[in-house]
Design a binder for this molecule. Structure first.
Ligand code: BGC
Length: 454
């Protein structure tokens, strides 16, 4: 890694920059059956043995449902001007469709009003992985009707909240929830089916475009985008088979969802898996409908991937060479720490053209935090943020229009299949008592954002 050429401070990003923390309903709210909420696929998936570390359940999480005022105040106190939250579809529509739940509606009004009162601009994600279980019973993202259900939900939210919420993210990381949930069975709903994966991908591709177009018509002066995970992909060696394997991984990890949105159709590049996906979905019929002119593209990056050819891996014949085996710096998730790769992938997306603006809607790191005398001196997390912000500033100086950055995440929370073991927060949560303690990285952010740093 070469030395950062830029040393970021908040002012170097300009005064209209969105500085936020990102959160998600299923990871923070808890209160999973309170006030008429319907179950989500994660509540049900968590009952299955061996699926979530330590048998953890998302039922309580951080009790954000009850403590949102205090938590929003924390975000404000740390200096942020933006708060990213997601709506729990099953809190708003316990059955996913049909009658809305009044208490759920009221809850999000209260959260949004509180944000506005504190001067935190709300960015709302409509779907952050927690499908209503009632819809999963009918096939979930693999079902043909999902687009009708989703569009109804989006239109409803836009009408209900559109006068207060101007910034919308349609989907969070569609590659994550379709691949982990429908192909690999590692996330809810735990399916392992290639046809289900193909259908889920296509329906998510349609949902992100339909959702964007609906928001555009329903929200006056809306600022509309959708978020993608991305990772710089590095071939393990320059051998042709490793380079080809890296290219296949790149198609899946980086190109699968954004290219149809930008009007390029699905990527293919001699990758039989993608040719099958195209045929399964008769995708050529949908090229127009898969497009949407977004106001911004949300990028979420945590790590780069080193990939080598592996004939034993079905479909992609590629596998990751983990950071641990390569002895490079990594987080508690085993994810490589490499700010240069962050810079690289942002520039790569910008090169597509046709993107008006990029917002980093997630970036952050989990480490094994130690609480010592009430202090969490998480220097590794602070270094991670500081180095990634330097890389971001470099991309900005090189001409990429980047208008915001959201740290993942405000507080330790339910980290999906990792349960409560992986901690990404700027604020430590004791899950037994729900006590919040600001970590030193949180204080670092406060100083950074309030310009106390030189
Ligand atoms: C997801 C978050 C998650 C984070 C860290 C992202 O893929 O959007 O919900 O907690 O990564 O794993």
């Amino acid at each position: 890694m070469h030395k950062a050429q830029y040393t970021a401070n908040a002012a170097s990003f300009g005064k209209d920059f969105w500085w936020g923390v990102a959160t998600a309903a299923a990871q923070n709210e808890g209160a999973h059956t309170a006030d008429g909420r319907g179950l989500s696929i994660w509540d049900v998936f968590a009952r299955r043995q061996g699926k979530i570390k330590g048998g953890a359940k998302p039922y309580d999480a951080c009790h954000f449902y009850y403590r949102y005022k205090e938590d929003l105040m924390l975000a404000k106190a740390l200096g942020f001007n933006t708060f990213r939250l997601s709506f729990s579809w099953s809190r708003l529509f316990p059955m996913g469709k049909g009658k809305p739940n009044k208490a759920g509606l009221a809850f999000y009004h209260q959260v949004i009003d509180e944000c506005l009162k504190l001067g935190l601009v709300p960015f709302v994600t409509l779907y952050h992985w927690d499908l209503p279980q009632a819809l999963e019973k009918e096939g979930g993202w693999a079902a043909f009707h999902i687009n009708e259900w989703f569009n109804h939900y989006v239109r409803f939210c836009a009408k209900e909240y559109g006068s207060k919420v101007k910034h919308w993210i349609v989907l969070n990381e569609p590659f994550g929830f379709t691949s982990l949930g429908y192909l690999l069975g590692r996330h809810a709903p735990g399916k392992k089916s290639l046809p289900a994966f193909f259908s889920a991908v296509h329906h998510a591709v349609l949902a992100q475009a339909d959702g964007g177009n609906i928001l555009r018509t329903e929200v006056h002066k809306g600022h509309i985008g959708t978020s993608f995970s991305c990772s710089a992909i590095v071939p393990y060696t320059q051998k042709p088979e490793d380079v080809a394997a890296a290219n296949r991984a790149d198609i899946l990890f980086n190109r699968l969802f954004i290219e149809p949105l930008l009007g390029k159709g699905y990527p293919k590049d001699n990758f039989p898996l993608l040719e099958k996906l195209e045929i399964h979905n008769q995708a050529w019929k949908y090229e127009k409908r898969m497009q949407c002119k977004m106001d911004f593209i949300g990028l979420q990056n945590y790590f780069p991937l080193t990939i080598r050819h592996n004939a034993f891996i079905p479909l992609v014949q590629a596998s990751e060479v983990k950071a641990i085996t390569r002895k490079v710096p990594h987080t508690a998730m085993g994810w490589e720490i490499n700010p240069d790769s962050f810079h690289h992938i942002i520039k790569r997306f910008w090169k597509y053209g046709g993107i008006k603006e990029i917002i980093i809607t997630e970036n952050g790191a989990a480490f094994k935090d130690k609480v010592e005398h009430g202090v969490i001196n998480d220097t590794a997390r602070t270094a991670y943020f500081s180095d990634h912000l330097d890389a971001l500033l470099r991309a900005r100086h090189e001409g990429v229009k980047i208008s915001g950055y959201m740290a993942w995440t405000l507080m330790d929370n339910f980290e999906w299949a990792e349960g409560y073991a992986a901690r990404f927060g700027l604020v430590h949560v004791d899950f037994k008592t729900q006590l919040r303690t600001i970590k030193n990285s949180g204080y670092w952010w406060r100083d950074f954002l309030t310009e106390k740093q030189v």
